[in-house]
Design a protein around this ligand. Structure first.
Ligand SMILES: Cc1cc2nc3c(=O)[nH]c(=O)nc-3n(C[C@H](O)[C@H](O)[C@H](O)COP(=O)(O)OP(=O)(O)OC[C@H]3O[C@@H](n4cnc5c(N)ncnc54)[C@H](O)[C@@H]3O)c2cc1C
Length: 419
């Protein structure tokens, strides 16, 4: 199980996933209603069953069909008869999967949300082709793997001005370009990709399409030390012909869908962040309660105990923010005939604020917990070091830290209009 075990048996026994859930529930359940608690309990039973079958020396992809069987590849949108669904359920799903296996959660989010969501948006906007529905079923059952290709070697934060060139023909749209950091890309069957007909006018010419690997996509895996069980790729689109039925949004509509998609994506990433914060913190709380030095548990030393108290306060505040953002999204946007413009504006801004805060906090929590726990936390004897590694990635994906701040700044500089 470990390369070499040094952790005390009595402490190891208490650092179980079951105990992690007990402490999580004690903190978070009072913020949830009956239906949400039941849903969390199902997720916890599922996680406790799957946990012994997770082999940390293997990549995560063999686990996706297990998630698919229970409808846990995503939970924002209704799919088959899986209930309950909505943004709050998605946040709670991401939280639990991060507690279970944060690398699995990263891959799940890329296939289920980043690639899966555009297939739902296609039908919400009146799309008629059967293909996205077939792709959706394959992705959400965990039988096929999806990814999203926005970022290019020369276009990272500047995601509007894409250079991937699209050319329309009678048979479909030809894509030429390169994408980088494509999470799941090296093993993906489907790529939700963006390109433009005219580089000088991306807003009016952006295309969004689902590209099947067999159309000729080539991928080369990148070496990313912090998430070795997730395959992140450099993706090459060299004269890839995409039939019209796979084009989800054409002639500039791709731009609208790209930005429409970012809000639920960021809210979902908040769910992963909530789980990483709680996981790191709870392992730290259990360990420092049991580890003794100078004759008493180290948590009783102010340097340790107050530090953990500070992290708990921030984690609870961030959790409340994520749950509240999801509640507003569900009640005033997702589950209503007439979405509120005011709520849409608020959620767009709060999704940047929350993604920014949670990703940063996840890293702070896990790093600080390591300092409070001492040496054992940097070995493979506890899950904390893996959590630190994944927390680094959370801050870059879905738009790096400064881009969230840039969006928030845009919001606050408009306030002169209110004065
Ligand atoms: C592990 C991993 C997984 C990823 N997964 C995916 C994926 O699946 N699909 C996908 O499409 N992309 C993915 N990304 C890409 C990710 O979204 C980008 O890395 C991110 O958008 C930043 O782009 P960049 O890395 O090119 O940095 P750059 O855009 O080059 O930015 C470099 C620095 O400059 C700052 N900066 C840039 N512009 C501004 C500005 N206007 N104001 C202030 N600061 C600015 C940035 O914040 C950053 O600090 C992933 C990235 C990583 C590392």
């Amino acid at each position: 199980m470990f390369q070499e075990k040094i952790i005390d048996d009595n402490i190891l026994e208490k650092m179980s996933l079951e105990n992690v859930f007990k402490i999580f529930n004690d903190n978070v359940f009072p913020m949830l209603n009956e239906e949400e608690r039941e849903y969390c309990q199902e997720l916890q039973e599922f996680s406790l069953d799957l946990h012994p079958n997770i082999d940390k020396s293997k990549d995560v992809y063999g686990l996706l069909p297990e998630l698919g069987k229970r409808g846990y590849i995503q939970r924002i949108n209704p799919w088959k008869d899986f209930k309950p669904y909505g943004m709050k359920k998605e946040i709670l799903l991401g939280t639990h999967l991060s507690l279970l296996d944060p690398q699995l959660e990263l891959a799940r989010l890329a296939t289920g949300i980043l690639c899966g969501n555009p297939t739902f948006h296609y039908y919400e906007h009146g799309g008629k082709s059967d293909i996205p529905s077939k792709v959706q079923d394959e992705l959400l059952s965990g039988q096929k793997i999806g990814c999203i290709g926005i970022t290019e070697p020369e276009r990272g934060s500047d995601a509007v001005n894409l250079t991937t060139k699209c050319t329309k023909t009678d048979d479909g749209v030809i894509f030429n370009g390169e994408k980088v950091y494509t999470t799941n890309g090296a093993v993906a069957d489907y790529f939700a990709c963006y390109g433009v007909y005219d580089e000088g006018n991306p807003r009016d010419t952006m295309v969004q399409a689902i590209i099947a690997r067999e159309f000729g996509v080539r991928t080369e895996r990148l070496k990313i030390n912090s998430v070795p069980r997730v395959q992140i790729a450099h993706t090459i689109l060299d004269n890839v012909l995409v039939p019209h039925e796979y084009v989800l949004a054409d002639d500039g509509l791709g731009y609208k869908r790209l930005f429409e998609g970012l809000v639920p994506e960021r809210l979902s990433i908040m769910g992963s962040g909530v789980g990483i914060c709680w996981a790191g913190l709870i392992y730290g709380i259990i360990y420092t309660n049991l580890r003794k030095q100078f004759g008493k548990p180290v948590i009783r030393y102010q340097g340790v105990g107050y530090g953990l108290a500070d992290l708990l306060t921030k984690t609870n505040a961030a959790t409340a923010l994520a749950l509240q953002a999801a509640t507003v999204f569900d009640e005033r946007i997702l589950f209503t005939e007439k979405p509120s413009k005011e709520a849409e504006k608020w959620v767009a801004s709060i999704s940047s604020q929350g993604k920014y805060y949670l990703a940063k906090l996840a890293h702070e929590v896990c790093y600080e917990v390591q300092q409070h726990m001492g040496g054992v936390s940097v070995t493979d004897n506890t899950p904390v070091d893996e959590l630190v590694d994944v927390s680094k990635i959370e801050e870059v994906i879905g738009g790096a830290r400064n881009i969230q701040l840039l969006l928030i700044q845009h919001q606050i500089q408009r306030y002169t209009g209110l004065l």
